[in-house]
Structure formats: structure tokens, C-alpha cells
Write a protein that binds this ligand. Sequence first.
Ligand SMILES: [Ca+2]
Length: 347
Amino acid sequence: MKVEKITLADLPDVYSTAEMKMNGETCLLAAPESHGGAWLFSSSEPENGHEIVENLGGCMSLVPLSGEEGEFVAIEGFYPVFQAEEAGVVYVSSNGGNCYQGWEKKRVLDLAFVHRIEVIESSGQLYFVISALAEAKKSPGDWSKPGATYAGKVPDDRSGNWDMTEILSGIYKNHGMHVTELENEKVVLISGQEGIFELIPPAEGGSNWETKKLAEREVSDVFVHDVDGDGKKEILTIEPFHGDELGFYENENGNWTRSATYPIKFGHVVWAGELLGRPRIIAGSREGDSDLVVLKWDSTEKALVQDFIIDKEVGPTQITVLNQNGSSLVFSANNGTGSVDLYRLYE
Ligand SMILES: [Ca+2]
């Protein structure tokens, strides 16, 4: 594969990315971990991005509200290094305006050290799920208090109350969150020091989230895809917390087993999906080569191997991948270079 790189914006400390539909078009969002604003880029004219929300810093996560246009939720107030006593969740809406104007931000939840948010639809109900990395911290190295995960219904009237209840507690370094489908059910995966957990949303009319533990090892981040093409999904991980290994877990008879690893350095990006129609993994490191690298599964060697390097010395923190018009686009928050970059992959 060949790679074309376009720097879309210089955004110091850029950290989070997402994709979102806006006026029928796919758009991309980026926001910083320090004080700053959120930017929006249309996929048809990505070079003409604009800041759409002036004050959306300490932004660890950006997530569109499923199926809707022009609205998203985000974490704000989680500043480096672990200054997050005042962190919370905001709801951001375009108010039906054009791509770049009229955006309004509203704080909907306060939760110290809230770090991840996802949105999942189940039985026609939209739920938000949030995790606090820890309950509290006296210093960056203080991990004495575990974090918890909470969920609630996204109110139909977004200006209403966003109520939440605790659904998983006692997870130290509660860091990873990923919405996926396992055994034909939409689920949320959570990862931390105690391992990987699967959270299944309530049945129709119910309120209880079912919890299953999938793996015991300390895991920083998770992503799910069938990367060896055998029709069964695998779990890809970064481990341990911000760690130096990418893990490959296979499911055999209902049990998840780590059967391969690949070396990374201060791992921060793990993504798996289709690139130009082929199953691939993208891993990003914030130390060492600080690279963004594409891996593939070698079924002969039964190992993860490097396919090609997208970029080096960029220190990516999050990516969003789009497949459109015969290209694969990798939109990257390159924290190390303070830039929002778009990579177009092609044959
Ligand atoms: Ca597979």
C-alpha cells in the first residue's frame, strides 16, 4: 500500500478523534487534552477544517450520538497529567446549523476522573456508558482508588437529566472501552488492571446490565475484529496499562486466550478492521519510534507481523478510520507533533 499524508491542522496536544454524520456527509472531529477547542473537518474538503467549539479541552473521548446528525458527547476537563477532579461529560449540538457554525456545548454530567464514554443502542434505547480511570488521585502515581463504570439512558430531550447508575466497580486503571458485537449482541468491553469485561445492555423494559469477565490480564485498551479471516472475531489489546505489548486473543469454546503478541512502546492506539478490503490492525506508540504501524495476521507463522509503517515520530493518541471511494483514510490525532493528520492509503 502507498500512503499520502495531509496535515489538516496544527492543534497543540491534540488527543481525541471521532467521525460523525453532518448534513448527510461524514465529518471528522478532533480535540486536545490541554485547554483548547474541538475542530471539525468534512471528508470532502478535509483541508478546510474549522474550530467549532472554543472551549473543549481535557478531551479524552469524542463520540457521536448513534444514528443522529450534528450532535455528539465528549469528556472534558481531564488535563495532563491526571488533573481531572473537575472532569465531566458534555453534550454538543449543531442546533441544525451548517457544518461549522452554531454549535453549543452543555455540561450534562460531573464525574471526577471520567475518561471514556461510548454510546450503545439496544432494544431501541440509546444508552451512554462512562468510565472513571480512578475514583480519586493524590498524585499522578497514586493508583490506590479503583475506578468504576456507569451507564444511563440518553434522554430523548437532550436538555433533560442525564441520570446514571454504577454498573461495574473496583476496576483499577479503568482505561479501555469499546463498543462491538459479540455473539450477535451489541456489547461494551471495558478493560483495566483486573482484565477485560463484557457489559451487555438491559433487555427491553429492563434495567440490569449483565457483566462477564473475558480475560484476567491487565489490559489498557481493546478493539474487536476478525483479523485472521476465519469468521470468528478476535480481541486486540494494548497491555498492560499504556504498555509495550499488543495482544491477540482468540475465542476457543467460549474461552478467550492470548495466543500472540507484538511489541509496541507506550501503546496508545489499537484499531482493527478492513483497510482496502483486507483485515488489518493499526497500532500506535507514543515512545520509541512513536509510529503508526499497520499489522496483519500471518496464518502460516500464526503471528502478528508488520505490513507497513504509516508514519514515524508522530506519537498518535487516537485514530478514526474511514473507507470511502476506494481509499482507506486514517485520521490521526498526532499528539507528538501537535497536528491533525489525514493519511490516504491506496494501492
Ligand atoms: Ca478470526
